[in-house]
Unconditional design. Structure first.
Length: 725
């Protein structure tokens, strides 16, 4: 029950970014072996997966999101992904729409397998079957071997193979493949054929479970932002002006939600505390990106953002993720995402000199193209924000950030964020105010909560929700007057999941140590309220949330104490014969007195060696990462032992002494981190203020050679000998 967030044991061996509910909720269940049933269930699986990656509902999937999705399933061949992607994204947009995603999945069978995209074997199998079937029938009915379908070939295929939907689907076909095109000799390509089959299944199969959100009809209904029937409209009446006005209005509303004090800027902690209450590993994905991108925005080092810096931050977050990652509650995630995509595209198209800077002439051409007029105050606004070009002496230019600012001033002149009215005064950042000094009087053997057996689900009184993940939801509450945390299972309670829950409860009960998460009791059967796991309530949440979300810092005494408490818990596990295999700050919980508890024993094993590649990339030892490259059946995988935990502890120790996300300063995603660790031996960077003795212990722990790493018992000695204040 790590991080008290409901993710005790993720079904995937590698934990990274995920959108829990969507990704695991749909299971393919074809009614029979007919082509209609196979295609319909496969398209439903694909649409659910696309929606998981399209968190803003904008109808696009970013390249970086796919990279992260594949890393989640242990696929690290970046060159392979890039080669497939560039064959589809021919214009280098950096994103795919749903039809292009179908092409990506079709091509994927030649370089990987569908388990890279779909958790459940039922889903990956039916998707593979569907693409295989479409390719087979495409070749079978392509009578003239033109590698394209004529209308006659298409209709024959429909009549003979999709009898349930034929002839009802003819109207859909005529709309998607109109007579005008057919008379002109146009024939269907295979990508267009696949998308047409998706549309036909959406609209013409009564039993279809496809949501149809990405069908052309669905997109027409949802895409209310850019209506191109105003081609002759000018200025504020033009479709682009109206679209951008709505996007800027949403950004203003969202900024004001964060700016509770009304002082005109947002403190970093205000931003991080607004991160969605989702599973721990998704928060890691979001927080690492946010930490890196915020430093790009926070040029004045005040640890805060004004309105225009907030816009830039939103843009940066959407380039490899979603606006939803930054702002959970917004009335226009899709509008903002589309606006950022379009703005970047328009900026690139307007860059006549290809120097990533715009001149006044470039901006004027943009306005003529999209607004059909040049705003009368454009030159004045441009002059205010332009600067001298480094390429052409005397020439004034603006970059992309200033381009967005210029457009804001033109389109929303009455905004309270107009530079003539908006002049926030930021306060200097004082990190000492966030320092934790919890080293005096900390009990060495905290009192354990009482054990409860049997557990009656109805006796747990829920209070505040404190965590949510793909496997369950966690609430703080009371059980017969005892304050504790209760985890409830989500989704279908299969025999496999119940067995995993029993194993989790058994492991928690075994880990009876002052610095392991305290187990209170569990009900692991269905009926009478369903399963429930009760554990000690750790009021301060995870160590990761302490520094990443709350921005707290640790003084030298607290750093040493937490380091030792974690080492004590790990040493106990190793002496018991277990290796944890997922040590990280997200799995270190903190009590109200800031006492450390090791949590989440879902990957723990009592085997002396193991070959499964499991854990979370930032903390995974090279010998564990290496096994992702080998076959899933185990051939070629090299065994590793509990010294992989020592490596993970080294990264954890780095976190304690830096209070930063590992590798966030490099701006790498998990696929890139794994590659760099394996091939270039990178590690998180030490800053100049890091304790030298701590750095020495950290380097010993994360040595590439497992035989050179100390045991956890030896680590305890080093902590006392070198670091004790």
């Amino acid at each position: 029950m790590a991080d008290q967030n409901g993710d005790a044991h993720n079904s995937s061996r590698l934990q990274a970014y995920q959108q829990p509910a969507k990704r695991s909720s749909f299971v393919a269940r074809p009614h029979d072996g007919t082509l209609e049933s196979i295609l319909s269930e496969a398209f439903a699986c694909i649409e659910h997966q696309f929606a998981t990656l399209d968190r803003d509902g904008a109808g696009v999937m970013m390249y970086k999101m796919v990279e992260t999705q594949l890393a989640l399933h242990g696929f690290y061949e970046m060159e392979t992904l890039h080669a497939v992607w560039t064959r589809i994204d021919v214009n280098s947009k950096g994103y795919l729409d749903f039809a292009e995603f179908l092409c990506l999945l079709f091509m994927w069978s030649s370089v990987g397998d569908y388990t890279n995209f779909f958790d459940r074997p039922e889903n990956s199998k039916i998707v593979g079957d569907a693409f295989q079937a479409m390719e087979y029938y495409w070749q079978l009915y392509d009578i003239d071997n033109s590698r394209r379908f004529s209308y006659e070939e298409l209709v024959r295929f429909l009549a003979e193979q999709l009898q349930v939907m034929y002839p009802a689907c003819i109207d859909t076909i005529d709309r998607l493949f109109p007579t005008k095109q057919r008379d002109a000799g146009v024939e269907l390509s295979f990508p267009r054929f696949m998308h047409m089959m998706y549309m036909v299944c959406c609209e013409c199969l009564p039993s279809s479970r496809i949501p149809g959100f990405y069908s052309k009809l669905g997109l027409a209904k949802q895409d209310r932002h850019m209506q191109h029937n105003q081609e002759l409209a000018v200025g504020p009446e033009s479709s682009t002006w109206i679209f951008l006005l709505r996007a800027f209005e949403v950004l203003e509303q969202d900024f004001e939600k964060f700016d509770k004090s009304g002082d005109g800027y947002i403190d970093y902690v205000e931003l991080t505390m607004g991160i969605p209450l989702v599973d721990a590993n998704m928060r890691l994905h979001i927080m690492a990106r946010l930490e890196y991108k915020f430093k790009l925005v926070d040029q004045d080092k005040t640890n805060s953002a004004d309105f225009y810096e907030f816009i830039y931050l939103g843009f940066l977050m959407t380039q490899d993720g979603s606006y939803h990652d930054l702002v959970e509650e917004s009335e226009g995630h899709d509008i903002v995402k589309k606006a950022f995509i379009e703005l970047l595209s328009w900026y690139s198209q307007s860059d006549s000199h290809k120097r990533q800077r715009l001149t006044i002439a470039d901006v004027q051409q943009f306005c003529l193209r999209h607004f059909r007029m040049i705003p009368p105050n454009l030159e004045e606004i441009f002059e205010e924000f332009s600067y001298s070009s480094s390429h052409v002496p005397g020439q004034k230019v603006i970059d992309f950030v200033r381009f967005m600012k210029v457009l804001t001033m033109i389109i929303v002149p009455d905004s309270r964020f107009h530079p003539k009215r908006y002049k926030p005064v930021k306060k200097a950042h004082d990190p000492s105010k966030l320092m934790i000094k919890a080293h005096a009087g900390s009990p060495s053997d905290p009192k354990r909560p009482k054990r409860i057996d049997p557990v009656v689900t109805s006796k747990f009184i829920r209070a505040k929700k404190i965590g949510s993940g793909g496997q369950g939801t966690v609430f703080m509450g009371h059980y017969e007057g005892l304050k504790c945390a209760g985890k409830f299972m989500l989704g279908e309670l299969t025999d496999k999941r119940l067995k995993e829950l029993e194993r989790e409860a058994a492991m928690l009960q075994l880990m009876d140590h002052p610095h392991c998460h305290f187990f209170i009791g569990a009900k692991t059967t269905t009926g009478e309220g369903g399963p429930l796991v009760l554990t000690e309530l750790c009021e301060e949440g995870s160590l990761f949330d302490l520094y990443a979300r709350k921005q707290r810092k640790l003084d030298v005494h607290t750093s040493w104490r937490l380091s030792k408490e974690c080492a004590l818990g790990m040493s106990y596990m190793h002496e018991m014969g277990f290796m944890h295999r997922d040590i990280k700050s997200l799995n270190i919980l903190l009590t109200a007195q800031f006492i450390a508890r090791i949590a989440d024993f879902g990957f723990a094993t009592k085997e002396e060696t193991a070959v499964e590649a499991c854990g979370t990339v930032q903390w995974m030892a090279p010998e564990v990462l290496e096994n992702f490259k080998e076959s899933k059946g185990g051939a070629g995988k090299k065994p590793y032992d509990k010294r992989c935990d020592t490596y993970s502890y080294g990264v954890l120790l780095w976190e304690i002494y830096h209070c930063r996300c590992p590798y966030a300063e490099l701006g790498l995603d998990q696929m890139q981190i794994a590659y760099q660790v394996l091939h270039n031996g990178i590690r998180p960077e030490f800053d100049q203020f890091c304790n030298k003795e701590a750095a020495g212990i950290i380097e010993l722990c994360w040595n590439t050679d497992p035989s050179m790493r100390p045991t956890m018992k030896q680590v305890l000695g080093l902590l006392d000998e070198r670091l004790r204040p």
